[in-house]
Design a protein around this ligand. Structure first.
Ligand code: NI
Length: 266
């Protein structure tokens, strides 16, 4: 499988969960001749030996990606790495995992049983990262998980899929600033995640990011259908470091705020 094919699988799964992302993509693509470039995508998983970051990243490593920096999110109990390909037009891949051991006993049991229920052939498949979830969902279990970890609850519903794609603003032909992109998105009727301000980061930390709030979709539970946030779209503008190289990493404080894009709106 080629890198392009893998991302096409991920994109198709993603726009099924967040059709608004396809509309925003179409809107921005209509302003330029060259294809829009993705800065990164994000994947979520469990820190369990069957499906942790090491397992999930195999398909990317086999395609020439390299593991880069480590990030830790204390309050959300997450670890993360990003992966980058030598071909800089390929998206970086930000993979996080929730540390099951640090959650309460009942949550540990729930998440461990999810990890154990992923079929072996799926774990061995090149399409693991776009394989969705491999279990039925209960609204009661979902709300219990949500109380302990929004991240774990999201994973319970959607499993393996891109949590978000991210438009690389630097490569847009008609937009220079993140404010211009944010304004277009808002004028088109979408809501931005405003936790900590619409723009996370700054030129000083070499990365500015914003994101839509996750699209609310109907999810079928054993108990019935409920409306739940799914996936969101992100926008990133990068700046050059003191050596003149475009910064490629992430900013932990900003990423922490971006994770909140899948929270229920209160
Ligand atoms: Ni992101």
């Amino acid at each position: 499988m080629r890198v392009e094919e893998l991302f096409e699988h991920l994109w198709q799964g993603y726009i099924k969960l967040a059709p608004a992302a396809k509309d925003i993509h179409t809107l921005l693509q209509s302003t330029q001749a060259t294809p829009i470039i993705n800065d990164h995508i994000a994947l979520r998983t469990l820190a369990h030996p069957r499906c942790n970051i090491s397992v999930i990243s195999q398909v990317f490593l086999a395609l020439g990606y390299e593991r880069k920096e480590y990030y830790h999110f204390e309050s959300k109990k997450l670890d993360a790495y990003y992966f980058q390909h030598p071909n800089e037009t390929y998206p970086k891949v930000f993979i996080s995992e929730v540390k099951i051991d640090e959650l309460d006993f009942e949550t540990q049991n729930t998440l461990t049983s999810l990890a154990e229920s992923i079929p072996e052939e799926v774990l061995d498949s090149k399409l693991l990262v776009s394989s969705g979830r491999h279990w039925d969902v209960s609204y009661e279990v979902y709300t219990k998980l949500y109380a302990q970890s929004e991240y774990a609850a999201w994973f319970y519903l959607y499993g393996y899929c891109a949590n978000h794609f991210t438009i690389f603003i630097n490569a847009l032909e008609k937009f220079d600033t993140i404010i211009e992109v944010n304004n277009l998105v808002k004028e088109s009727g979408y809501t931005l995640n405003s936790a900590g301000g619409e723009i996370k980061g700054s030129a000083d930390v070499l990365l500015e990011q914003s994101s839509t709030t996750a699209q609310v979709i109907e999810v079928k539970f054993n108990e019935g259908t409920y409306k739940i946030p799914s996936c969101f779209y992100e926008f990133a503008k990068r700046y050059k470091d003191e050596n003149g190289n475009l910064y490629q990493g992430f900013v932990a404080k900003s990423a922490d705020l971006i994770f909140n894009s899948t929270n229920h709106l209160s």
